[in-house]
Design a protein around this ligand. Sequence first.
Ligand code: GAR
Length: 239
Amino acid sequence: MNAAPTRLAVLVSGGGSNMEAIAQACRAGGVLAGIAELVLVLSSRAGVGALERASRLGVPVSVVPSASFSSREAHEAAVLETLAAARTEVVALAGYMRILSASFLSALGAPVVNIHPVPTYLYQGAHGYEHIWAERARLACCFPTVHRVDAGVDTGEVILYGLPYALGDLESLDALRARGLAEEHTVYPLALRQFLRSGDVPGDSPHARFATLVRSWLTARRAGLDAELHYNGLALPCP
Ligand code: GAR
């Protein structure tokens, strides 16, 4: 007998395009069908596009506006309560513009996963696309990261990387963001699938192979080897 789908909540603060990709992937025929059920979209801001998207998709929404709370602790307590009421088993951050405290993570008692627009080994924090755009003269490509959330900022264990895309043809920051988000929308559902079904994404899939390549390369570099890694003719940004 198949296990019941995992109860997934997605935390948002903005446009919600990754949330929509996850919601679509949970539907029949999607890579998360039968694996995850999107039970709640929780926003830290009222009036954002993600809420409109979630309503259109028929997903329950809740707004817990950080601006209405006097402290981070009070806001996190309200978020915890809302997630518990939805019987959340896994949390996915998708453009959630709040840093979760260590006490929130331990009180939650459910794993938290996040997507970052760029390799987390290269750059952590907000405005990832702006950073890449400013550095484009010395970078051949970029790719997103899906990782476990720990108490640091974008320091958690990597689950999967998106596949690299060339920066050379992109003529504006908006074009970079659009290209990057397309890759984010592919890799986030795949990474959730791999995480929820521990390694269910076939090891010979391009994403799983690429993640293995990057992991060994980073280990070699940390050990002092000055090696470069190329993928489909693109030199990866060095840490
Ligand atoms: C995405 O690009 C995501 O990678 C980024 O916020 C955007 C949300 O877009 N997250 C971070 O920068 C986290 N460090 P969306 O609301 O359209 O999904």
